[in-house]
Write a protein that binds this ligand. Structure first.
Ligand SMILES: [Zn+2]
Length: 433
């Protein structure tokens, strides 16, 4: 966090509501806007000349002529121990887990490795404009400590948790129902609601947790109702068949989690592709969140997320990269692939809705919208500066945008990635210096 006053000037764009519900009035756009940041928070936002006139003399002024300044992106589902298996060839979910991920994740018994990967991971998120993420760590508590310590050093708002898994994985990667409970509880005591950090109870998926361990996770959720819960759901057909075998007597995959007491408004379920109607209804009734992970779903051949079905049923939806099953840290690339997935389902997704999802929409899904997700006085100053002309091809494309903001935003999603990120501010401090 920077304690000097700073003015960030450019084309300010922020959403005030979901454009799907509220239409185009759900955003504020200032062609020559500015944001006054003090002590990591947004003090004022408005027309640049007004902000400059009223700012302290000693304020630093960062000028981004022509660039869009938006709230930092939020990624609702990502795995930090998978930075070195991203882009591994030729497998669907269960093989991918066993052949690549479970091999790689054993390195996290070494605390020095945890620190190195956590540092890389956070720097890469910021380089892509992502300032908050909901993160799976490893089964080893030191992987969680390393991640939270790295996030705290950077002043970042992050949610994370120790993966609980007590079966169907190499012995070095498993805990037990009791150890998973004890270690998670100790981590909750250390990190939950510490500064900008918060904790997610993280049973990896029903295949790798016994009934006893899922019940232990549910006991934690009961003891700490304000903690988050994150896990995977209905990603892959073989996975669903295996869950049905492992939990006889349950009617659906989600029912396994429901019986363990893991549904609720702070629970985020990754993927949610092959849902039965009863599962859709249970997600909606419990106010649980379904995380759409398009690059991962395409890469692992898992299936096509049906956003319209979930939205019509009243299910809360988030957008996420799911690195390393996902193939990009960039939320712009993720939204571009999301658009294509929805196209295959004959569903539309205008750019305004996608940018809303990456910012205020995901903040609401993670119940963080009182802190982040929009640019307004009092909120934390997590911001991304985007250049729609970052590459020759993008600049060439923008020649025909004719000043139409929606045309620009859509091309920015389709053609943009980390190269379009000019700067990222975390609690008011620039991450690129
Ligand atoms: Zn995942």
């Amino acid at each position: 966090m920077s304690d000097r006053s700073r003015i960030i000037r450019g084309r300010v764009l922020t959403f005030t509501d979901d454009p799907f519900e509220a239409g185009s009035s759900a955003r504020i756009y200032l062609e020559d806007g500015a944001i006054l940041v003090e002590n990591g928070r947004i003090e004022r936002v408005g027309e640049a000349l007004d902000i400059l006139a009223g700012a302290p003399q000693a304020a630093i002024v960062d000028e981004y002529s022509g660039c869009l300044i938006m709230p930092g992106f939020i990624d609702a589902h990502i795995h930090y121990p998978q930075t070195q298996v991203i882009g591994s060839y030729g497998a669907q979910l269960l093989d991918w887990l066993h052949n690549y991920t479970f091999v790689e994740e054993q390195k996290f018994s070494d605390p020095a490795h945890c620190v190195r990967i956590a540092d890389f991971f956070l720097d890469e998120l910021f380089r892509c404009g992502t300032t908050t993420a909901m993160v799976y760590c490893r089964v080893h508590p030191q992987s969680v400590d390393a991640f939270f310590a790295a996030a705290e050093r950077r002043g970042a708002r992050m949610i994370a948790g120790k993966t609980m898994m007590d079966r169907d994985a190499p012995e070095a990667l498993t805990d037990s129902a009791q150890r998973g409970y004890d270690e998670s509880k100790a981590l909750i005591a250390r990190w939950r609601r510490r500064g900008r950090l918060d904790y997610a109870i993280t049973p990896r998926l029903a295949i790798t947790s016994s009934k006893a361990q899922l019940e232990a996770a549910g006991a934690l959720a009961d003891e700490f109702p304000e903690a988050y819960v994150q896990t995977h759901l209905d990603e892959n057909r073989d996975e669903i068949e295996l869950v049905a075998k492992l939990f006889p007597g349950t009617q659906s995959y989600l029912e396994v989690y429901e019986r363990a007491g893991l549904l609720g408004p702070r629970s985020v379920f990754g993927h949610c592709i092959h849902l039965a109607d009863s599962e859709v209804a249970a997600l909606a009734a419990s106010r649980s969140v379904a995380a759409f992970c398009p690059t991962s779903n395409l890469f692992l051949g898992s299936g096509l997320f049906d956003q319209a079905r979930l939205r019509n049923a009243g299910v809360r939806v988030a957008l996420a990269t799911d690195v390393g099953g996902g193939t990009s840290y960039s939320m712009l690339r993720t939204a571009a692939e999301g658009y294509k997935v929805l196209q295959l389902n004959r569903q539309s997704w205008p750019a305004a809705q996608a940018f809303y999802r990456m910012t205020l929409g995901n903040a609401r899904a993670l119940t963080l919208d009182q802190h982040i997700g929009s640019i307004e006085a009092g909120k934390e100053a997590d911001l991304v500066v985007l250049d729609s002309r970052a590459t020759p091809a993008m600049a060439h494309r923008m020649e025909t945008a004719n000043g139409d903001l929606d045309v620009e935003l859509f091309a920015l999603i389709m053609m943009g990635d980390d190269r379009a990120v000019r700067q990222t501010y975390v609690a008011g401090a620039p991450s690129k210096t």
